[in-house]
Design a binder for this molecule. Structure first.
Ligand code: ALL
Length: 335
């Protein structure tokens, strides 16, 4: 029995390290917190800090590193209240890996799971299983699909921004720099992510309001390399294009490289979404017009605070809308 438990822990450690990459490992922030054997009694029966797991998406994306660092800093200030396990996936689209991670956290009997789901529908089932096992689940960043939640008969509190509003902010600012009728293109996130869908709608709102012409809208799956390829082919197929509206900053980085390679920096305007430092640098250099700061470091912290609230009070908090702010050369200069 002992041997089986040891093997499970060992394989969990190996799997998680492989998935998470550098800087994020099981109990990486759980200062001194020993891993709980799979068959340990439920947390409610023990004294000591709660065990919270943060499950994110691609740790190759600066957005999630910022999120992880924010969560770790919070845990260090509240070390007596909870320990933290951070996990992420390597590939933005690897839903199966993210499902595995949740299952692993449930097997480790964490008290709460704070999750930024890679897909708004595909992760609901495993989160229901987590809830059924007594784990408190809080959804951050990318909202679960309401119809799937309803179908499964569950409620999961959500903490995150109004993505349509945020995307509209960026696109409106960019539109002011273009003539009415100017041809523009959108680089979308993963189509099955609700926040990606909302950002596309926010861009559409601003494009319609400014009378711009949308020549194409294509997914680049949130990824820099994919965005680089997609943007390059858009520039080739639509040489008249005047702007690339990117639904996240990783894709804005890829688009900016494509525009540079085409020798069109400043002629094809770019906006992003996330507020990562790499894009802020490009904004200062005039390669990107604007992005939307969505405070990745605070998102997970709000989710953790919600989880602690549920664990302590046994109440279900309402959804919480978090801030989004436009980042431009002017706002970056004031920093
Ligand atoms: C979203 C986040 C960020 C991020 C993207 C990529 O959920 O809000 O925009 O860049 O995921 O995974």
């Amino acid at each position: 029995m002992k041997r089986i438990a040891c093997l499970s822990i060992l394989s969990a450690l190996v799997l998680c390290a492989a998935l998470a990459g550098p800087g994020c490992s099981p109990s990486s922030s759980g200062k001194g917190a020993p891993p709980t054997p799979p068959n340990a009694p439920a947390k409610a029966e023990k004294a000591g800090p709660y065990r919270i797991a943060l499950v994110m998406k691609s740790l190759a994306n600066e957005f999630f590193l910022t999120m992880e660092n924010g969560a770790k800093a919070h845990q260090q200030q509240h070390a007596s209240e909870y320990t933290l396990t951070c996990n992420g996936i390597k590939d933005e689209q690897d839903m199966a890996r993210q499902i595995d991670l949740v299952e692993q956290m449930v097997a480790q009997k964490v008290d709460a799971l704070v999750i930024a789901p890679a897909d708004s529908k595909a992760l609901v089932g495993v989160c229901k299983r987590a809830q059924d096992a007594g784990v408190v689940v809080i959804n951050i960043d990318n909202k679960f699909d309401d119809s799937v939640l309803k179908e499964k008969g569950i409620t999961i509190p959500f903490v995150g921004p109004d993505n349509r509003k945020g995307a509209k902010l960026a696109a409106e600012y960019l539109a002011k720099k273009l003539e009415p009728g100017a041809p523009v293109a959108i680089l979308e996130g993963i189509p099955s992510a609700f926040n990606g869908q909302q950002r596309k709608l926010g861009f559409d709102d601003a494009i319609a309001a400014a009378g711009l012409k949308l020549v194409t809208s294509q997914s680049a799956s949130w990824e820099m390399d994919k965005a680089n390829q997609v943007a390059s082919s858009i520039i080739t197929e639509h040489p008249e294009v005047k702007a690339l509206l990117c639904a996240n900053d990783s894709m804005a980085l890829g688009a900016a490289a494509a525009v540079r390679a085409a020798g069109k920096t400043g002629q094809i305007l770019i906006c992003g979404y996330d507020g990562i430092s790499a894009v802020e640098t490009l904004i200062r250099e005039g390669q990107v017009v604007c992005t939307v700061q969505q405070y990745a470091d605070k998102l997970a912290v709000f989710g953790i605070e919600y989880a602690l609230q549920v664990l302590r009070d046994k109440t279900t908090p309402k959804d919480k809308e978090t801030a989004v702010d436009l980042v431009t050369a002017e706002t970056a200069a004031k920093k």
